[in-house]
Design a protein around this ligand. Structure first.
Ligand code: GTP
Ligand code: MG
Length: 301
């Protein structure tokens, strides 16, 4: 399956929730009236575009319908598609790798798919000809180290680890030295999703950043926040919390294949000023794609 086919396949449930429902409404209503807009509102909200974003979209639709003197309900679909495309802009997932090494810190609450995504990103980068080193920075959760090691092996990249309970910033320190001496292009740091308290989690992240800044002051650095698309609006809240502790440069939105609420991509873009860089559409090594807003809209409609 090609990339686009995979994305389309991954968005199957979301498409059924948004596009198929909208098609039904438009065909059954025929004419454009207030009831039509209300039904559209309902569909968009249930696909997790969020109340605020949905209201803005529907308001704009009303305006466009008037402005363009649209009378047939079926013509509303193109207007809606244009508008969603507008919200997403022509965003394309990209990471900066101008230094050797460059660093990616992967953060997010437990279970969102950090470790899995690290394996997939390593694989993507390796295919681009990059040499990758992974730092097993989640020393908190039992079995986290073994898990990230399995993914490193799958992707065929190096991993630096300590034992469970070790200081994560010590792991990162060693991984930086290894990345330097092995002339790696990219160092990817796994982090814990769960600690005793949110405060500990945030303090630990800050400590990790201090080590990186001290050892690699010139390095390009990305902080990718991983969000689970199936958690819907909660993902927006998580993004707000993490942005306070870390300079989040991009989002990885996972499990788009497992949810009908992929509309969260649009809510996130509309509510937060952080670009979606990658999307996860399955559990295999190659089930992660660079986000491309145009492709996303095409796959949705
Ligand atoms: N269907 C699907 N499942 C995914 C995707 N990404 C991750 N998963 C699954 O989500 C579960 C959690 O993934 P992990 O990578 O362990 O999540 P984590 O954020 O590292 O979790 P902690 O280490 O506990 O903080 C696993 O069962 C993964 O297979 C995706 O894009 N699609
Ligand atoms: Mg993990």
């Amino acid at each position: 399956m090609g990339f686009f086919e995979k994305l389309k396949n991954g968005l199957k449930k979301t498409r059924a929730e948004i596009t198929d429902k909208i098609d039904k409404i438009l065909v059954s209503m025929g004419k454009i009236d207030e009831e039509l807009f209300e039904e559209l509102e309902e569909v968009l909200i249930s696909a997790d575009l969020g109340v605020e974003t949905t209201m803005e979209i529907v308001e704009e639709l009303r305006r466009k319908v008037k402005e363009n003197k649209v009378t047939q309900a079926v013509d509303v679909k193109e207007l809606l598609k244009d508008q969603l495309a507008n919200i997403l802009g022509d965003e394309k997932g990209e990471l900066s790798f101008s230094t050797t090494p460059s660093v990616i810190v992967v953060v997010g609450v437990n279970g969102v798919g950090k470790t899995t995504s690290i394996g997939k990103i390593s694989y993507l980068l390796k295919q681009m000809g990059k040499k990758v080193v992974i730092a097993a920075g989640d020393t908190f959760r039992a079995a986290a180290i073994e898990q990230v090691e399995v993914w490193a092996n799958r992707a065929g990249v190096d991993i630096i680890k300590h034992s469970e309970g070790a200081d994560p910033s010590a792991v990162i320190f060693d991984a930086i030295q290894a990345a330097k001496s092995r002339k790696a292009d990219v160092l990817i740091c796994d982090t814990a999703g769960r600690l005793h308290t949110k405060k500990n989690l945030m303090e630990e992240l800050k400590k990790i950043y201090r080590v990186i800044k001290r050892e690699l002051p010139e390095a390009d650095m990305e902080t990718l926040l991983v969000l689970d698309a199936t958690t819907g609006q909660n993902a927006v809240t998580q993004a707000k919390v993490f942005s306070e502790a870390a300079a989040v440069t991009g989002l990885v939105l996972t499990k788009l294949d497992g949810t009908a609420k992929g509309g969260i991509v649009i809510a996130i873009k509309s509510e937060l000023n952080v670009p979606v860089k990658l999307v996860g559409v399955g559990e295999q090594l190659d089930d992660l794609q660079w986000f491309d807003s145009k492709e996303f809209i095409e796959a949705l409609f």
